[in-house]
Design a protein around this ligand. Structure first.
Ligand code: MN
Length: 129
């Protein structure tokens, strides 16, 4: 068993390649194989968001704190707050991030291997919609 007391998550920068703004990853569990459960805390600074992407086996998001939004390729947009849960099925193209005025932290649960990133960033027009 591994127990990390509160404050024991080691946050690392998510990097800039697939994100707009500053995003932090906090790994919650080892990932012994590339297709094992990937359990990740993700912290978005205000205005930060992912690029458009999809997940091979889908994704569960659980919003821990703050405010954000998620949008799918068909234009559906949902505002997020603490306690909300989002499931995007396998292959559904989407993005998620914080609002302009708030941080957001969510848990991300995926299996099936790495995120499939689209080339395009989320435009300001889509972000502000
Ligand atoms: Mn996602």
């Amino acid at each position: 068993m591994e127990h990390r007391a509160a404050g024991g998550i080691e946050w690392v920068p998510a990097g800039e390649e697939h994100f707009t703004g500053r995003v932090w990853f906090g790994p919650l569990a080892p990932q012994p194989r590339p297709d094992s459960l990937n359990a990740l805390g993700v912290l978005f600074e205000p205005g930060a968001r992912t690029d458009w992407h999809e997940h091979p086996d889908g994704q569960v998001l659980y919003v821990v704190s703050g405010a954000g939004k998620v949008q799918t390729e068909d234009g559906e947009t949902v505002e997020l707050s603490a306690g909300d849960v989002v499931h995007t099925p396998a292959g559904e193209v989407h993005w998620h991030g914080s609002t302009l005025g708030s941080y957001m932290m969510h848990l991300s649960l995926t299996t099936g291997g790495p995120t499939q990133w689209r080339a395009e960033k989320v435009s300001d027009a889509d972000y502000e919609a």
